[in-house]
Design a protein around this ligand. Structure first.
Ligand SMILES: C[S@@+](CC[C@H](N)C(=O)[O-])C[C@H]1O[C@@H](n2cnc3c(N)ncnc32)[C@H](O)[C@@H]1O
Length: 416
């Protein structure tokens, strides 16, 4: 990392402007970390046309085309800060004349590790595409992370990875169920780490306290409207959701209008068409980013089992019937790019009970726990355990390490 910081500092002293490619959580985290190291970027680059001309984290957002303008290569240094598309963005930059580690650097080099801190061990819904819907294990801890434990986790992350500027506070749990969430977000920000939360917004948490704590990004997950809503946001209530959305929109306006709110709309056979349009309209009314994404089976335990010959659990089987892009189709596309890296390998996932998952994409802690206690295990030790995991070998054998990225890629292609 030090060598990349030196590279950046050298480019700044040569008078180059620094642009961060990706205005999402990763990009904002990079900006936060750069500022902590005394480097002020000139702006973001993002493909999303809705963001062009806007200011995020005090910086303007430009379209990628500015990088192909005459003179851009000589005057600019780019940091790629995207999660799934590093490979594609590198290709684009090189087609414009940028050279890796000379005029651009990949986020994965600058910050080799990302962190997920699962602050809630429970969820209030049991979505059928999620392992919580039908998965058999009762071995996952149902704990909530306390503020005191979170503080210790942050201290260790900052000691071992000083360039981490953002963390994700969810994976399988519903973070708003943790009553310490506002204190957690505030503490992280005070320690130069921005937080992303994802919520189904079915629980009426203390949203005022939450927004006052200034989460950098709130992601909202939803599939369908009205009666249909609870089919795949299983157990959810549309009216409760709408009421919480309205509360959030009002409080954001009043307290923290810069908070990024991105609504992830899961597209299934039953949720497209007029329902999707209704939610898109809700987003434009409240100035939320609208991200329609093709839904998939998010439990890789189920997907791996399926590839190895175990029938899908009943809930996943029901979800499969509603998918627009079937699991077989997703797997075939994933397999075609199986030689590419696993994006999740750079993410360290710390569970609410402090155990560390080998892979954030797998739910069952059995054969997927590389350390019992994050605080007592060095990051080097965790990394070694993860690199030598038999789960990785099995997953890669079927190209499953590219499976989630395929759906993200399809959604990008559909949008732009
Ligand atoms: C499993 S949820 C848990 C966090 C929180 N309870 C929520 O509902 O947002 C984590 C993320 O997974 C995404 N997700 C859940 N089910 C999905 C599906 N079937 N297809 C694509 N993404 C999904 C959501 O958009 C959410 O951001």
């Amino acid at each position: 990392m030090t060598q990349y910081l030196e590279l950046l500092t050298a480019r700044v002293s040569e008078g180059k402007q620094i642009l961060v490619y990706g205005a999402g959580s990763q990009g904002r985290g990079v900006v936060r970390a750069l500022r902590e190291h005394g480097i002020e970027p000139a702006g973001f680059i993002d493909r999303n046309p809705d963001l062009h001309g806007r200011f995020l984290a005090g910086l303007p957002v430009f379209a990628p085309e500015v990088l192909s303008e005459p003179g851009a290569v000589d005057s600019t240094f780019v940091i790629i800060a995207v999660f799934f598309f590093e490979h594609e963005v590198s290709g684009f930059l090189e087609s414009c004349g940028f050279i890796r580690n000379v005029s651009y650097v990949a986020y994965s080099s600058l910050k080799p590790r990302d962190y997920v801190v699962e602050v809630s061990g429970i969820c209030n819904l049991h979505c059928i595409s999620c392992p919580r819907g039908g998965y058999r294990t009762n071995k996952r801890s149902t704990r909530m992370m306390s503020l005191d434990t979170f503080k210790k986790v942050i201290t260790k992350i900052r000691r071992e990875d000083p360039f981490v500027g953002n963390i994700q506070l969810y994976q399988w749990g519903e973070p708003t169920l943790n009553k310490y969430l506002p204190d957690i977000v505030r503490y992280a920000r005070a320690n130069s780490i921005l937080c992303t939360i994802s919520s189904n917004l079915n629980y009426a948490a203390d949203f005022r306290a939450l927004i006052e704590s200034r989460p950098e990004c709130l992601r909202i997950s939803v599939s369908g409207t009205g009666e249909s809503y609870g089919i795949t946001h299983t157990g959810g209530n549309w009216n409760a959701f709408v009421s919480n959305v309205e509360t959030i929109a009002g409080l954001r306006q009043e307290i923290y209008p810069e908070m990024k709110v991105e609504l992830y709309y899961h597209r299934y056979k039953h949720s497209i068409g007029i329902q999707q349009e209704q939610v898109a309209e809700m987003c434009s009314r409240f100035d939320f980013e609208f991200h329609p994404v093709p839904a998939y089976l998010i439990s890789l335990d189920d997907v791996l089992g399926y590839c190895e010959g175990t029938p899908l659990p009943d809930a996943a089987h029901r979800a499969r019937k509603l998918l627009l892009i079937d699991i077989d189709e997703g797997l075939a596309m994933a397999k075609a790019e199986a030689s590419l890296d696993c994006d999740s390998l750079r993410v360290v996932m710390i569970n609410a009970d402090l155990s560390v998952s080998t892979c954030m994409m797998y739910y069952d802690p059995e054969r997927n726990t590389c350390a019992g206690n994050f605080l007592e295990t060095s990051i080097e030790n965790i990394t070694t355990q993860r690199m030598t995991s038999s789960l990785c070998v099995r997953c890669r054998n079927h190209g499953i390490h590219r499976y989630c990225g395929i759906y993200a890629k399809i959604s990008e292609e559909e949008r732009y």
